[in-house]
Design a protein around this ligand. Structure first.
Ligand code: NAD
Length: 570
């Protein structure tokens, strides 16, 4: 007989579907319910429901009115009507049904079973020959598709913290490689302080560096200030440089947000003879029409041109990216450690006329691949209770579970002090093969024993070791040249669906835009049941194992050693 989770003993909510929608999903005001009370018919559907609503809540989403969560136009649902329908369907979904979502629209339910995923999601997928922004945008205008980015359309975005750990790891790895593991007295410069890019200031200061971030949209910078990710904001280049250089010289870990065009600011840095120590970019370059803002125009002018003349807009965007990357290349020549941070800026700069764009290395081959070879990747979890205390409990439990992992403990301590939650309280850390399964089972035990007040959702970014094919990012420069092979994320999807993840997704175009990536998502619930134990054991083993299979197959020694260590060899 399966044990029941303690939260299931609380009587379910008596709200009708209409009352629930009125309270939690009245467009554009979305909010996830908190606490141990069920609104759906089971915790698996409730988890998907809460995470969907959390993705769209104003504390988390960049633009709830447009259903945009992050990453340019990354949406959680196609239209407000679809969002409402998703909510209604999740409220009534049975344990032997799985809901099908096609690019943000619910399209059917299939028969399944209690250990199968409750939701099966496919977002933005196009047959390769048609996989361009132009074709996608035509379909989108006709209401046939939406852009799911990575965790927007797969309902596991947790705000800027989601990328914080990855960015922290990346800056730290850069420091280890180039600056004797010490980023004090070093200036990091980057463009874009949006949903993902907004993690950069905090990640940089957590490594001890001084940070200057440039964004054309003051509202985006203000959001980072409000959430504690950024220290100071200014509209004035001179003031920004005075603050940045003084902090760098004093070795102060301070972050400054400057309103402006990143290309213009880099040009001024060159003119003033200022060379950042580390230089990267997180503008929405992956989308030249609806993301990047071209040089020489104000934000309102850009928004007007987008609607009035998309062809001209795109052309200006590509030219601006070429100019922007031209300045990055010159700063690289002058000594800035420069890397592409996964937004496809190099490709579009090349299309815009900068032939040397790919002289800038990508961050994955440079800093992250060694972690992928150990099945390491961005493991995240969310307290469905809404109580920050539950995250504290999981943090402490994880520290006790891995007492030898000082890097992890240091991260968890810093995160507890410096990360403000957005929406439902959550945590992220990078865990590898073996560790993820242990952590998942531990969380399930915490739920079972009532040490946390409601079930915990565990997920990850699609940017992971075995879940993505993206030749300009996660799979750039693979040892065997298999960068563009997308069998791997499909195998990852199938392995996680068969293992019993609570919802799974397969997307196209995340991070780097249409035509450039295919990737799979996975979320699994720890609700304290024996069923969850079985699913967690399978899924949190299989998911990182795919990363080791992929990298061992590509010929990486450490992945082959790890395959041997974890008994993954055939
Ligand atoms: P976002 O749309 O929320 O933010 C992008 C920001 O860039 C906006 O604030 C916008 O105002 C600003 N911007 C656009 N053009 C500009 C210009 N010329 N000068 C200055 N600012 C400009 O996107 P996001 O979620 O922050 O993601 C940023 C990029 O990073 C995307 O391309 C995304 O696909 C990519 N990404 C990278 C990773 C990674 O791991 N490195 C992960 C996810 C996404």
């Amino acid at each position: 007989m399966d044990t029941l989770a303690s939260p299931l003993t609380v009587p379910p909510s008596s709200l009708t579907i209409d009352e629930f929608i009125q309270t939690y999903a009245s467009h554009p005001v979305y909010m996830a319910p908190r606490g141990p009370q069920l609104h759906a018919k089971n915790w698996q559907a409730e988890a998907a429901l809460r995470m969907f609503l959390n993705n769209l809540s104003a504390e988390v989403a960049e633009d709830p009115e447009q259903l945009v969560v992050y990453g340019g136009t990354g949406q959680a649902a196609r239209t407000p009507q679809d969002a409402r329908k998703i909510v209604a369907l999740l409220l009534t979904l049975e344990e032997d049904e799985s809901l099908l979502i096609q690019s943000g629209k619910p399209v059917g339910k299939v028969r399944s079973h209690a250990e199968a995923p409750r939701v099966l999601i496919a977002n933005s997928n196009l047959v390769p020959k048609w996989a361009t922004w132009e074709h996608f945008n035509q379909l989108r205008e006709r209401g046939l598709m939406m852009y799911g980015q990575m965790t927007a359309g797969s309902w596991i975005y947790i705000g800027s913290q989601g990328i914080l750990q990855g960015t922290f790891e990346t800056f730290a790895a850069c420091g280890r490689l180039h600056y004797e593991n010490d980023l004090r007295h070093k200036l990091v410069v980057s463009g874009g302080l949006g949903g993902m890019g907004g993690a950069q200031p905090l990640a940089a200061t957590m490594t001890g560096a001084t940070f200057l971030g440039v964004d054309i949209d003051p509202e985006r910078i203000r959001k980072r200030l409000e959430t504690g990710y950024l220290d100071k904001m200014t509209f004035d280049y001179r003031e920004a440089m005075r603050l940045s250089l003084a902090a760098r010289d004093k070795g102060e870990a301070v972050s400054i947000g400057l309103v402006g065009d990143i290309g213009d600011v880099l040009e001024k840095l060159l003119q003033d003879g200022i060379t950042p120590d580390i230089l990267t970019d997180q503008t929405s370059a992956h989308d030249p029409l609806n993301g990047y803002v071209p040089h020489g125009m104000s934000l309102p002018q850009a928004l007007a041109l987008r609607g009035a003349d998309p062809v001209m807009y795109r052309e200006r965007s590509l030219k601006s990216m070429a100019r922007h990357v031209g300045f990055m290349l010159e700063l690289q020549r002058r000594g800035s450690r420069t890397f592409d941070y996964g937004n496809n800026l190099r490709e579009y700069a090349q299309q815009g006329g900068e032939p040397n764009a790919f002289q800038i290395p990508g961050f994955v081959p440079e800093y992250i691949r060694p972690l992928f070879c150990g099945g390491k990747g961005p493991f995240r979890w969310v307290a469905l209770s809404g109580d920050p205390e539950d995250i504290k409990v999981t943090d402490e439990a994880l520290k006790a579970l891995f007492p030898e992992n000082t890097h992890l403990i240091n991260w968890l301590n810093q995160a507890a002090m410096r990360v403000e939650f957005q929406g439902l309280p959550s945590r992220i850390c990078w865990l590898g093969m073996g560790e993820r399964e242990k952590a998942g089972l531990l969380f399930n035990q915490l739920v079972r024993e009532g040490k946390v007040k409601a079930p915990i959702v565990i997920g990850r970014d699609h940017l992971d070791c075995g879940s993505v094919a993206s030749p300009y990012r996660e799979t750039e420069g693979m040892l065997d040249g298999s960068d563009a092979v997308s069998d791997w994320p499909l195998l990852n999807l199938m392995a996680n669906a068969s293992g019993g993840a609570t919802w799974v997704s397969f997307h196209h175009g995340g991070g780097v835009g249409m035509g450039y990536s295919q990737h799979a998502g996975m979320v699994i619930l720890a609700d304290g049941t024996d069923r969850a134990d079985r699913c967690l054991r399978r899924v949190l083993h299989n998911d990182p194992a795919l990363g080791i299979f992929r990298h061992a197959d590509a010929g990486y020694d450490t992945a082959q050693e790890n395959a041997q260590k974890f008994g993954l060899e055939l």
